[in-house]
Design a binder for this molecule. Structure first.
Ligand code: ZN
Ligand code: ZN
Length: 177
Protein backbone atom coordinates (compact mmCIF):
# COMPACT_ATOMS: atom_id res chain seq x y z
CA UNK A 1 0.00 0.00 0.00
CA UNK A 2 1.43 3.38 -0.98
CA UNK A 3 -1.57 5.67 -0.79
CA UNK A 4 -4.81 6.11 1.10
CA UNK A 5 -7.85 7.96 -0.16
CA UNK A 6 -10.31 9.24 2.42
CA UNK A 7 -13.87 9.40 1.13
CA UNK A 8 -16.30 11.41 3.29
CA UNK A 9 -19.83 10.03 2.90
CA UNK A 10 -22.47 12.54 3.93
CA UNK A 11 -21.53 15.34 6.30
CA UNK A 12 -18.16 14.80 7.96
CA UNK A 13 -16.23 17.50 9.80
CA UNK A 14 -13.35 18.69 7.58
CA UNK A 15 -10.90 19.27 10.43
CA UNK A 16 -11.56 15.74 11.67
CA UNK A 17 -10.68 14.39 8.22
CA UNK A 18 -7.50 16.45 8.10
CA UNK A 19 -6.37 15.18 11.50
CA UNK A 20 -7.17 11.61 10.46
CA UNK A 21 -5.26 12.08 7.21
CA UNK A 22 -2.12 13.23 9.07
CA UNK A 23 -2.30 10.33 11.51
CA UNK A 24 -2.74 7.73 8.75
CA UNK A 25 0.18 9.19 6.78
CA UNK A 26 2.36 8.77 9.87
CA UNK A 27 1.14 5.28 10.72
CA UNK A 28 1.34 3.76 7.25
CA UNK A 29 4.05 6.00 5.75
CA UNK A 30 1.74 6.42 2.78
CA UNK A 31 0.28 9.46 1.05
CA UNK A 32 -3.24 10.29 2.16
CA UNK A 33 -5.67 12.53 0.29
CA UNK A 34 -9.20 13.61 1.16
CA UNK A 35 -11.63 13.08 -1.71
CA UNK A 36 -14.71 15.10 -2.54
CA UNK A 37 -17.70 14.10 -0.38
CA UNK A 38 -20.17 11.49 -1.56
CA UNK A 39 -23.86 12.01 -0.76
CA UNK A 40 -25.62 10.50 2.27
CA UNK A 41 -25.82 6.72 1.70
CA UNK A 42 -29.63 6.53 1.54
CA UNK A 43 -29.33 3.36 -0.60
CA UNK A 44 -27.88 1.55 2.43
CA UNK A 45 -30.53 2.66 4.93
CA UNK A 46 -32.46 -0.11 6.68
CA UNK A 47 -35.74 1.56 7.60
CA UNK A 48 -36.63 -0.91 10.36
CA UNK A 49 -33.24 -0.57 12.09
CA UNK A 50 -32.69 3.10 11.23
CA UNK A 51 -29.08 2.14 10.54
CA UNK A 52 -26.98 1.84 7.39
CA UNK A 53 -25.56 -1.37 5.96
CA UNK A 54 -21.75 -1.16 6.01
CA UNK A 55 -21.61 -4.04 3.53
CA UNK A 56 -23.77 -2.16 1.00
CA UNK A 57 -21.62 0.95 1.42
CA UNK A 58 -18.48 -1.14 0.76
CA UNK A 59 -20.12 -2.66 -2.33
CA UNK A 60 -20.91 0.83 -3.65
CA UNK A 61 -17.22 1.78 -3.38
CA UNK A 62 -15.77 -1.08 -5.40
CA UNK A 63 -16.50 0.69 -8.71
CA UNK A 64 -14.16 3.53 -7.85
CA UNK A 65 -10.90 3.40 -9.79
CA UNK A 66 -8.21 2.68 -7.21
CA UNK A 67 -4.78 1.28 -8.01
CA UNK A 68 -3.76 -2.07 -6.56
CA UNK A 69 -1.37 -0.29 -4.19
CA UNK A 70 -3.98 2.15 -2.89
CA UNK A 71 -6.73 1.84 -0.32
CA UNK A 72 -9.95 3.79 -0.05
CA UNK A 73 -11.39 4.47 3.39
CA UNK A 74 -14.91 5.88 3.64
CA UNK A 75 -15.71 7.97 6.71
CA UNK A 76 -19.32 8.59 7.62
CA UNK A 77 -21.29 9.90 10.58
CA UNK A 78 -24.24 7.53 10.05
CA UNK A 79 -24.64 4.50 12.32
CA UNK A 80 -23.52 1.25 10.64
CA UNK A 81 -24.62 -2.36 11.05
CA UNK A 82 -24.19 -5.84 9.69
CA UNK A 83 -27.16 -8.22 10.07
CA UNK A 84 -25.70 -10.38 12.87
CA UNK A 85 -24.62 -7.45 15.08
CA UNK A 86 -26.46 -4.54 16.70
CA UNK A 87 -23.87 -2.17 15.22
CA UNK A 88 -20.32 -1.98 13.83
CA UNK A 89 -17.72 0.78 14.16
CA UNK A 90 -16.57 -0.12 10.66
CA UNK A 91 -16.06 -2.88 8.12
CA UNK A 92 -13.33 -3.74 5.63
CA UNK A 93 -12.72 -6.09 2.76
CA UNK A 94 -10.11 -8.53 4.06
CA UNK A 95 -7.25 -8.35 1.57
CA UNK A 96 -9.33 -5.90 -0.43
CA UNK A 97 -9.14 -2.22 -1.24
CA UNK A 98 -12.13 -0.72 0.54
CA UNK A 99 -13.00 -0.02 4.15
CA UNK A 100 -15.59 2.12 5.92
CA UNK A 101 -15.68 3.62 9.41
CA UNK A 102 -18.41 5.49 11.28
CA UNK A 103 -17.94 8.30 13.79
CA UNK A 104 -21.43 7.76 15.20
CA UNK A 105 -20.56 5.62 18.22
CA UNK A 106 -17.08 7.07 18.66
CA UNK A 107 -18.59 10.31 19.96
CA UNK A 108 -18.99 10.76 23.69
CA UNK A 109 -22.37 12.43 22.98
CA UNK A 110 -23.71 9.07 21.78
CA UNK A 111 -23.36 7.83 25.36
CA UNK A 112 -24.88 10.96 26.89
CA UNK A 113 -21.47 12.40 27.81
CA UNK A 114 -19.97 15.84 27.00
CA UNK A 115 -18.25 16.14 23.60
CA UNK A 116 -14.49 15.44 23.55
CA UNK A 117 -12.87 16.37 20.22
CA UNK A 118 -9.44 14.90 20.88
CA UNK A 119 -10.89 11.60 22.14
CA UNK A 120 -13.02 11.41 18.98
CA UNK A 121 -9.93 11.85 16.77
CA UNK A 122 -8.02 9.24 18.76
CA UNK A 123 -10.84 6.68 18.45
CA UNK A 124 -11.33 7.43 14.75
CA UNK A 125 -7.61 6.98 14.05
CA UNK A 126 -7.57 3.63 15.86
CA UNK A 127 -10.68 2.37 14.11
CA UNK A 128 -9.34 3.54 10.73
CA UNK A 129 -5.92 1.91 11.19
CA UNK A 130 -7.76 -1.25 12.30
CA UNK A 131 -9.97 -1.44 9.20
CA UNK A 132 -7.07 -0.58 6.86
CA UNK A 133 -5.13 -3.36 8.60
CA UNK A 134 -7.85 -5.78 7.51
CA UNK A 135 -7.42 -4.62 3.89
CA UNK A 136 -3.77 -5.64 4.26
CA UNK A 137 -4.93 -9.13 5.18
CA UNK A 138 -4.31 -8.79 8.92
CA UNK A 139 -6.96 -10.46 11.08
CA UNK A 140 -7.76 -9.82 14.73
CA UNK A 141 -4.94 -9.85 17.27
CA UNK A 142 -5.09 -11.31 20.78
CA UNK A 143 -2.90 -8.49 22.15
CA UNK A 144 -5.51 -6.14 23.64
CA UNK A 145 -3.22 -3.13 23.19
CA UNK A 146 -2.67 -3.81 19.49
CA UNK A 147 -4.74 -1.75 17.08
CA UNK A 148 -5.87 -5.03 15.48
CA UNK A 149 -7.52 -6.22 18.71
CA UNK A 150 -11.24 -6.78 18.19
CA UNK A 151 -13.29 -4.01 19.85
CA UNK A 152 -17.01 -4.23 20.42
CA UNK A 153 -17.17 -1.20 22.71
CA UNK A 154 -15.50 2.21 22.86
CA UNK A 155 -13.92 1.26 26.20
CA UNK A 156 -11.96 -1.43 24.34
CA UNK A 157 -10.93 1.05 21.63
CA UNK A 158 -9.67 3.36 24.38
CA UNK A 159 -7.55 0.54 25.83
CA UNK A 160 -5.59 -0.07 22.67
CA UNK A 161 -2.82 1.85 20.92
CA UNK A 162 -3.20 3.51 17.55
CA UNK A 163 -0.47 1.33 16.08
CA UNK A 164 0.25 -2.32 15.30
CA UNK A 165 1.96 -4.67 17.73
CA UNK A 166 5.29 -6.06 16.53
CA UNK A 167 3.77 -9.15 14.91
CA UNK A 168 1.01 -7.22 13.13
CA UNK A 169 3.45 -4.52 12.04
CA UNK A 170 5.60 -7.19 10.38
CA UNK A 171 2.52 -8.35 8.47
CA UNK A 172 1.69 -4.77 7.46
CA UNK A 173 5.27 -4.14 6.33
CA UNK A 174 5.31 -7.35 4.31
CA UNK A 175 2.47 -5.85 2.35
CA UNK A 176 4.28 -2.60 1.56
CA UNK A 177 6.57 -3.27 -1.35
ZN1 ZN B 1 -11.74 -5.97 12.94
ZN1 ZN C 1 -1.28 -7.28 16.84
Amino acid sequence: MNSIQLLPIGTVDQSLLERLSKALTAEFIAGCEVLESAPEPSFALNMARQQYSSTEILASMTDRPVSAEARILAVTSVDLYIPILTFVFGEAQLNGRCAVVSTSRLRQEFYGLPANASLLVERLVKESVHELGHTLGISHCVNYECVMASSHAVELIDLKQRSFCRACRARALAFRK
